[in-house]
Design a protein around this ligand. Structure first.
Ligand code: JFZ
Length: 456
């Protein structure tokens, strides 16, 4: 389309969103769960009596700075104590189901290199812990049984593998080591796809190192190979770089991968920002802790209200919203997270119709909250309740559909809807006043459904 596009061999291989059934299913999820679990859950953000305020799953790198002699010996031996006797994949999956999650992203291997599956290609795996059993398999089976789609998180960064390099390998020795690491990475990815045939996608991380970015052709070939192994496989934009070193978006600004994977603890401010691309947002409950951090009390903890706000902000702009959980070293989900999952689930149980399978409404964001839309139904999730109990919906005259009637989702009660001619509208809006019950039935947002006239 654009004449000024430069020729790229390893840029985006598709312009526009995927249209197949697997991707449509992804698009309809709305809400997902992330789980960060690994041996970093044992120290839980504390190292030799010191609390580290950085992300707990990064503790190996914090402790390295403080006691260089210690970290390799100590951290890399933590797996010998990994025996999560409270781990119950079925319970996790039940909790995720009750929360309303439609997909889960599970850390098979984080930056520390420890594998939660019994990989054939390293000894640094769950098989060599007191626990022994394949945790990835337990998680996949339990979530499959609940009808929750599984995505395998995989870190390219691997602090344990001797061939891993962050900077571009230059010496012969480094180059050979890195070639080894590439083989290892490829083997592990193929192994994951073979071991877990129901997994719907791979969620890549730690692909920002200079060494990795340089592997343009190799990573492109590998992505193709993985896709050929698993038809429908979903891979986001955080895997490879184009030949100019661009990540996520190639030198022409086109998205590489199936959806934009750059929304890490942030949300787009408007629909224009996401340029029509599929995307999801991954969010921590504290400001920035993915792995278990024993000391949560010192930071702000997002409330169910906050999280529903972010969920609706995401879904109203065609995104999915993924909430992270960090189970402790014994495999238990902390009570604060369990409580948030429960509260969200209670809300989702009533209001999920405004979430699943809905899309951007085509309307400007209302001050009351967020619109979502499905066919002839327009949903307004109300966070800001007007003082007079009248929600005034402004619909541009150019919008094809008109609200004909309204009801509340929670109790299916018909709500009074009056077309209002203010006679002063320079923005060419039509107004629809909807009277909402004066007393809010809970401290959480509520949803108004409007039935629309006219073809969507
Ligand atoms: C990475 C990891 O380092 C972190 O531990 C966690 O697993 C998270 C989900 O991913 O952190 C990132 C990744 C991407 C960005 C920032 C932090 N980003 O795109 O800005």
């Amino acid at each position: 389309k654009k004449a000024d596009k430069i020729a790229l061999q390893y840029g985006a291989h598709r312009i526009g969103n995927r249209t197949d059934a697997a991707m449509q299913r992804w698009r309809d999820y709305g809400l997902g769960q992330f789980i960060h679990w690994g041996i970093y859950a044992i120290p839980g953000g504390q190292w030799e009596g010191k609390t580290y305020n950085g992300a707990a799953e990064w503790i190996r790198s914090w402790s390295e700075k403080d006691s260089p002699a210690n970290w390799r010996n100590t951290y890399d031996n933590l797996y010998k104590q990994f025996n999560p006797t409270n781990f119950d994949a079925k319970q996790w999956a039940q909790q995720a189901k009750d929360m309303g999650a439609k997909y889960v992203i599970f850390t098979t291997k984080h930056h520390d290199g420890f594998c939660l599956w019994p990989s054939k290609y390293t000894n640094y795996t769950i098989k060599n812990t007191p626990y022994k059993k394949d945790i990835v398999k337990e998680v996949v089976d339990a979530y499959d049984a609940q009808g929750i789609d599984v995505y395998l998180y995989f870190s390219i960064i691997d602090w344990n593998h001797p061939g891993y390099r962050s900077g571009t390998p230059k010496t012969e020795k480094d180059i050979a080591a890195y070639e080894d690491f590439k083989k290892f990475t490829r083997n592990q990815l193929i192994e994951l796809l073979k071991n877990y045939p129901t997994a719907k996608g791979l969620w890549f991380d730690g692909s920002w190192d200079a060494a990795w970015i340089k592997q343009t052709k190799w990573t492109d070939d590998l992505e193709k190979e993985l896709r050929a192994l698993r038809p429908g496989l979903i891979i986001g934009s955080r895997f490879r770089a184009d030949e100019k070193g661009n990540r996520h978006f190639d030198a022409n600004g086109d998205l590489m991968g199936d959806y934009e994977q750059g929304w890490e603890r942030k949300l787009p401010s408007s629909i224009e920002v996401v340029k029509g691309n599929d995307w999801d947002c991954v969010m921590t409950i504290p400001p920035n802790q993915w792995g278990y951090n024993a000391n949560w009390a010192t930071s702000y903890i997002k409330t169910p209200y906050d999280l529903v706000g972010m969920l609706m902000q995401a879904v109203s702009m065609n995104g999915n919203f993924v909430i992270n959980f960090g189970p402790d070293g014994k495999g238990a989900i902390r009570p604060e997270e369990a409580n948030i999952a429960k509260k969200l689930g209670e809300w989702m149980k009533v209001n999920a119709e405004a979430v699943y399978g809905t899309e951007y409404s085509g309307l400007p964001k209302p001050d009351y909250g967020y619109y979502t839309k499905k066919g002839n139904k327009l949903y307004l999730t109300v966070f800001n309740r007007p003082m007079n109990g009248i929600v005034r919906v402004a619909i541009p005259r150019s919008y094809k559909q008109r609200p004909a009637k309204a009801h509340s989702l929670a109790d299916q009660q018909t709500l009074k809807l009056v077309t209002t001619n203010m006679g002063m509208d320079k923005d060419q809006n039509m107004y629809y006043d909807i009277t909402v019950p004066f007393a809010p039935s809970s401290d959480m947002p509520f949803v108004i459904i409007m039935d629309l006239n006219g073809a969507s």
